[in-house]
Design a protein around this ligand. Structure first.
Ligand code: HEC
Ligand code: HEC
Length: 304
C-alpha cells in the first residue's frame, strides 16, 4: 500500500476509514442510550403503518448488538495487523507480494532438484523422461500454445513444430537458441528486384512448380531465371536456408498460405515474422525441458 506519490491520499483514506468505523460505534451507542420520550401503555413508539403495523419500543436484540461490537473490534484489529490504513504496513509486515514470493519459493524448493536433474541430462534423454515431458507439456500450454496451438501444429504464420520442416533448424541446440534469443524471419519485398508484374507472376509459378503444386508450366519456365534473386536466401534449389530462416519452398508446406495469390503477395510485400525471446521469461532449466519437448514432438512422437 505505498503506491501513493504524496502523503495526502493515505491520510485522506485513513481518515474516511476511521471516521466510518467510529461513526458506526457512535450510532450504536446513541441508539442504546436514547429512550423514547413518552413511553406508551402498549410499549409501542406510537408509530403505526398500514393501519395496524406498530413499531415497538424494544431494545436492540443482545446478539445483534454484540455482533455489531465484534465487527467494529474486528475492523480495528484487522487494520492494525494488516496493511489497509494508508501507508501503514501492518504489525506483522504481511503483504500480498510477500505471500506470493513465499509460495513461489516453496514451489521452487520442490521443483529445483527436479530441474537440476533435467539440466544435467541431454535433451534427447530428457525427451525420454515421462515426468519431464509432462512438465514440458504444461510449460508449452502456458507459454507457447497461444501462438503455436495446443497441439503445436501452428497456424498461418506460426510454424508447425511437430513436423520435420524447420525454418531455423530442428537440432536440439538450434531449437534452444530459438527459444533463448527468439527469431526474426525477414523476407524483404522483392518485386523491384524481380521486375514487372508479369515477372513476379512467373516467379510465383516457378516457386509453385518446385513443390509440384498447381502451376502453369510456361509461366514457370519464364520465372526460373528470375528465381536467381531468391536463391541467396532460399537456395538455388529452393530448399531453404536455416541461417536466414528462409523456408524450404519445395515441400508443399506453406507457412503463409498456398497458391499463386499468396506467393505474389509475399514477393511484393515481404514479411516480418517474430518468435519472441524466452530468456527473460523462463528459467534456463525450463527452456532446457521445453527444448527437449519440442525436439521430441517430431523425433519421439510416441512419448508425447
Ligand atoms: C507471440 C507468438 C509466439 C509465442 C508465444 C511463441 N512462439 Fe515460437 N514462433 C513464433 C513465430 C511467429 C515463429 C516463426 C518465426 C519465423 O518466421 O522465423 C516461431 C518459431 C518457433 C520455432 C522455430 C521453428 C522453426 O521452424 O525453426 C520454435 C522451435 C518455436 N517457435 C518454439 C516456441 C516455444 C517452445 C514457445 C514457448 C516457449 C514459443 N515458440 C512461443 C511465435 C511464437
Ligand atoms: C533476404 C532473404 C530472402 C530473399 C532474398 C527472399 N526470401 Fe522469401 N523468405 C525469406 C524468409 C526469411 C521467409 C520466411 C518469413 C517468415 O519467417 O515468416 C521467406 C518466405 C517466403 C515465402 C513463404 C513460404 C511459406 O512457407 O509460406 C515465399 C513463397 C517466398 N519467401 C518466396 C520468395 C521468392 C519468390 C523470392 C525471390 C523473389 C524470395 N522469397 C526472396 C527470405 C528471403
Amino acid at each position: 500500500m505505498s503506491d501513493f506519490t504524496n502523503s495526502f491520499w493515505p491520510l485522506f483514506i485513513s481518515a474516511i476509514t476511521l471516521i466510518g468505523i467510529f461513526a458506526c460505534a457512535w450510532l450504536l451507542w446513541i441508539n442504546n442510550k436514547t429512550k423514547v420520550a413518552k413511553p406508551t401503555a402498549d410499549n409501542s413508539t406510537g408509530h403505526v403503518w398500514d393501519e395496524d403495523l406498530r413499531e415497538m419500543n424494544n431494545p436492540l436484540p443482545r446478539w445483534w448488538v454484540w455482533m455489531f461490537i465484534i465487527t467494529i473490534v474486528f475492523a480495528l484489529a484487522y487494520l492494525v495487523i494488516y496493511p489497509g490504513l494508508g501507508n501503514h504496513q501492518g504489525i506483522f509486515g504481511w503483504s500480498q507480494v510477500g505471500q506470493y514470493e513465499a509460495e513461489v519459493a516453496k514451489a521452487n524448493a520442490v521443483t529445483e532438484p527436479l530441474y537440476a536433474k533435467f539440466l544435467a541430462m541431454s535433451p534427447e534423454e530428457v525427451a525420454d523422461d515421462a515426468q519431464a515431458m509432462a512438465i514440458g507439456g504444461r510449460l508449452f500450454l502456458n507459454n507457447c500454445a497461444q501462438c503455436h496451438g495446443s497441439d503445436a501444429r501452428g497456424s498461418k504464420g506460426f510454424p508447425n513444430l511437430t513436423d520435420h520442416d524447420w525454418l531455423h533448424g530442428g537440432e536440439p541446440d538450434t531449437i534452444k537458441a530459438t527459444l533463448v534469443n527468439g527469431r526474426n524471419g525477414i523476407m524483404p519485398p522483392m518485386a523491384a528486384a524481380v521486375g514487372n508484374e508479369e515477372d513476379v507472376r512467373n516467379v510465383a509459378h516457378y516457386v509453385l512448380s518446385l513443390s509440384n503444386s498447381q502451376h502453369e508450366p510456361s509461366f514457370a519456365a519464364l520465372g526460373q531465371e528470375k528465381f536467381m534473386v531468391c536463391a541467396a536466401c532460399h537456395g538455388a534449389d529452393g530448399k531453404g536456408n536455416a541461417m536466414f530462416g528462409a523456408p524450404n519452398l519445395t515441400d508443399g508446406i506453406w507457412l503463409h498460405g498456398a497458391g499463386e495469390k499468396q506467393i505474389v503477395a509475399m514477393i511484393n510485400h515481404g514479411k516480418t515474422n517474430q518468435m519472441p525471446a524466452q530468456a527473460g521469461k523462463l528459467s534456463e532449466a525450463q527452456i532446457h525441458v521445453l527444448t527437449a519437448y519440442v525436439w521430441g514432438l517430431s523425433n519421439k512422437p510416441a512419448a508425447q
